[in-house]
Design a protein around this ligand. Sequence first.
Ligand SMILES: [Zn+2]
Ligand SMILES: [Zn+2]
Length: 306
Amino acid sequence: MIINQPSAKDFEEVTFQCLTQAFNLLYKVYQDYQGYDEDIQKDVEMNKIWKYNDGTIGTSVILLHQAVETFMKSVVCKTSPLLLIEKKRNEWPTLPSRTDKDFDSLYTISGESLLATFCGVESELDINEELILFIEKVRQNRNKAIHGASKIGIKPNELIEDILKAFTYFFGKDSWFLHLSNFNFKNPLFGFYDWDIEDTLTYEYLDFAEFMIGRKKLNKFHSVNLTSRSYFCKICKDTIDEEYDYLDSKWAFLKPNTPKSENLYCVNCNAEFNVIRESCRIESCKGNVLYRDNEIEENICLTCYR
Ligand SMILES: [Zn+2]
Ligand SMILES: [Zn+2]
């Protein structure tokens, strides 16, 4: 018999881990850079930092490829993990006279054989030409990364887009952000500094993704329309402003996005709350989405926050 056969869930878990690490490697480079003040950033531009971190980009490319292969294995596994075994079937150690073999000790298929098997099994996925081209592109980038760091052709912004694409193809819209936030939350060190602040800081992932690929492209990976007008989220803003930093990011949107809508949804903290549709009293501000702050008995404009 072949013992300790893996499950689809095992492979899915590894897929998530690879995608998360592929993203986080690049995010950490950006986050470190953000820690320097503006004068230094003027002297040392971000593209110089990316060039210096070529090796990190290469590692991220390899992790993305690993994620894609592992995901295909998870899909194949739903039919049977035996389909992943490389060995000719007449050589399988399955007869009662043969000693049991651990699945992990056997060679498994990869590359073209894996792709053909992935396309051959029944699955709920929409396996179309676009997905196949994407898988092929990831494979070629990985080969370049393996054959020498100097040959990495992919730019970090394109790589981030590919990582978000993989998350979305495999697990649906919003999955990249939900998964990264969740990973953060599971950190045993989470909450020791400040539970609320740490929980809210996930907006930095959104800021980073926007910085890398722009809001229009980022929009493809979310179910909420990120290209519609965005507002401050009262909860995120107060949490960060009170004891951490000044929050500039606006990740809250009217839901539904209509002129009379009185409901605001925050992509970052997932909260929904009522808003008042009245013009802001600040002359230079065209905002018309206000929040009633009962503590100070004032309406606060969620465009200018005054
Ligand atoms: Zn929020
Ligand atoms: Zn205003």
